[in-house]
Design a binder for this molecule. Structure first.
Ligand SMILES: [Zn+2]
Length: 135
């Protein structure tokens, strides 16, 4: 799992008071925007995120998690509450997934290397076995 040292530095620069303030802001925003904490595990994801903020850690979210959509919501004036440069994003690692065109497996791109061949992309396993067949 690759960790961004730059983000770690940024997180560690935040004082406990700053992190508590951030946690409250995130909590209020998600509560107002999500409708219910019981939908699509948003409450569980929020709990993980609260823990990450308060303990200066980070949480891994799949890129299709509902909480990421809620955190990207706009304010009334059209600005993002948490723009991409906001310190909040140093507490979140977004996991992107790709689907192998051969076996159909959905793999995290941070953990699996994908190989492109024309318009197709193959997971490491399929790529390796493909080479063996060709040999
Ligand atoms: Zn595959």
């Amino acid at each position: 799992m690759q960790r961004c040292v730059y983000y770690e530095d940024m997180r560690n620069k935040e004082s406990l008071a700053d992190r508590m303030e951030l946690a409250v802001k995130v909590y209020d925003h998600v509560l107002q925007s999500a409708g219910s904490f019981e939908e699509e595990d948003i409450g569980a994801d929020l709990a993980y995120l609260m823990g990450a903020i308060l303990k200066s850690g980070y949480v891994e979210f799949d890129d299709d998690r509902r909480i990421l959509e809620v955190l990207a919501y706009l304010e009334g004036n059209g600005d993002r509450v948490f723009p991409p440069e906001h310190v909040l994003w140093t507490f979140i690692e977004i996991m992107t997934f790709k689907v192998c065109d051969s076996c159909g497996a959905r793999c995290c791109t941070a953990e699996t290397v994908f190989y492109a061949h024309g318009d197709l992309s193959y997971c490491e396993m399929c790529w390796d076995s493909r080479l063996e067949v060709t040999r």
